[in-house]
Write a protein that binds this ligand. Structure first.
Ligand code: SAM
Length: 294
């Protein structure tokens, strides 16, 4: 089992490499993951002066949308990979968003004072953290009393054909080892209740989870393959093991399979994510503490 430092180093290198593809495919990713960002934002009750922390912000979502909804507030975008935050900064500039700061740091070791933020979001970051319990304790620590944490993870692969089509095509030509259940991987947090239990372990209350449908929409089966093979961490890692000939075969298999999802001149492949929300309790007021005494 790799150490926490080794996991962080590997993740940093992976996401630094993937950052150019995430920027290239920004419009498609934004559309696909938009419903999850919307669900997170709705659960956080964002005020116009919100102080918000976006963890594993990557290329900037949902943090940038929250910054736009909160013109008198401030959003801190954090990520392990500086290259991903560089993309977020370019996107912020292009959108005219200037009430943000970026900070390179790991989710399990946050450089912020206790009780700094009204809300924390983590869209598709949890599964990559070396110590998910320690990270959750950090999120609870930096939340103000009454503040909310909302994150999202992927449910099981069977409900996410947008990746399984590609992974099944890859498996016809390469040995894809099952991921270490304790190590970072895309479906590590798929079990219902898993992330909610981490929230409760960190002392959060009113924990609830719900599923959100997504749809990956591309112009053609060929564009589907181009996009997936360039930006999905699982697929990129598996494809590194195969030669050009095998890669061509995998591409042809994936394109044939995904053609079943062509509809109205586009390819529309479904998926399901899960959102989890929890609240940090306010300490009892001096008055209620006194009146509770015998
Ligand atoms: C799938 S991307 C999600 C990006 C963005 N939140 C979104 O939904 O579009 C996962 C991000 O997690 C980041 N990450 C991985 N390990 C991390 C850690 N230990 N601390 C903070 N961020 C981490 C990666 O660098 C990457 O940007």
């Amino acid at each position: 089992m790799p150490s926490a430092d080794e996991i962080r180093d590997a993740q940093r290198a992976t996401w630094a490499r993937l950052s150019a593809s995430w920027e290239k495919w920004d419009a498609v990713i934004t559309e696909q993951l938009g419903p999850v960002g919307t669900a997170i934002i709705e659960s956080l009750d964002i005020a116009e002066d919100q102080q918000h922390l976006d963890i594993a912000a990557g290329t900037g979502e949902p943090g940038l949308t929250i910054a736009r909804l909160s013109p008198k507030g401030r959003v801190v975008l954090t990520d392990l990979a500086a290259e991903m935050l560089d993309v977020a900064t370019r996107r912020a500039r292009a959108q005219g968003v200037d009430n943000i700061d970026t900070k390179v740091c790991s989710a399990d070791d946050l450089p912020f004072e206790d009780a700094t933020f009204d809300s924390v979001s983590v869209r598709f970051g949890y599964m990559f953290f070396p110590d998910m319990g320690k990270a959750t304790a950090e999120f609870a620590r930096v939340l103000k009393p009454g503040g909310r944490l909302c994150s999202s993870v992927w449910v099981k692969p069977e409900e996410n054909p947008w990746t399984t089509i590609a992974m099944q095509a890859i498996a016809t030509e390469a040995v894809v080892a099952p991921p270490d259940p304790d190590g970072p991987s895309m479906y590590r947090c798929a079990a219902p209740g898993q992330v909610g239990a981490l929230y409760e372990g960190a002392g959060l209350h009113d924990v609830a989870e719900w599923d959100v449908d997504v749809e990956l929409v591309t112009r053609s089966p060929e564009q589907y393959w181009e996009m997936i093979s360039e930006h999905v961490s699982l697929a990129v890692a598996a494809l590194q093991q195969v030669d050009d000939l095998a890669r061509q075969q995998i591409r042809a298999n994936a394109i044939t399979k995904v053609s079943a999802f062509e509809k109205d001149g586009k390819v529309r492949v479904p998926g399901v994510a899960r959102c989890i929300v929890g609240t940090k309790l306010s300490p009892p007021s001096a008055h209620s503490a006194r009146s509770a005494q015998p």
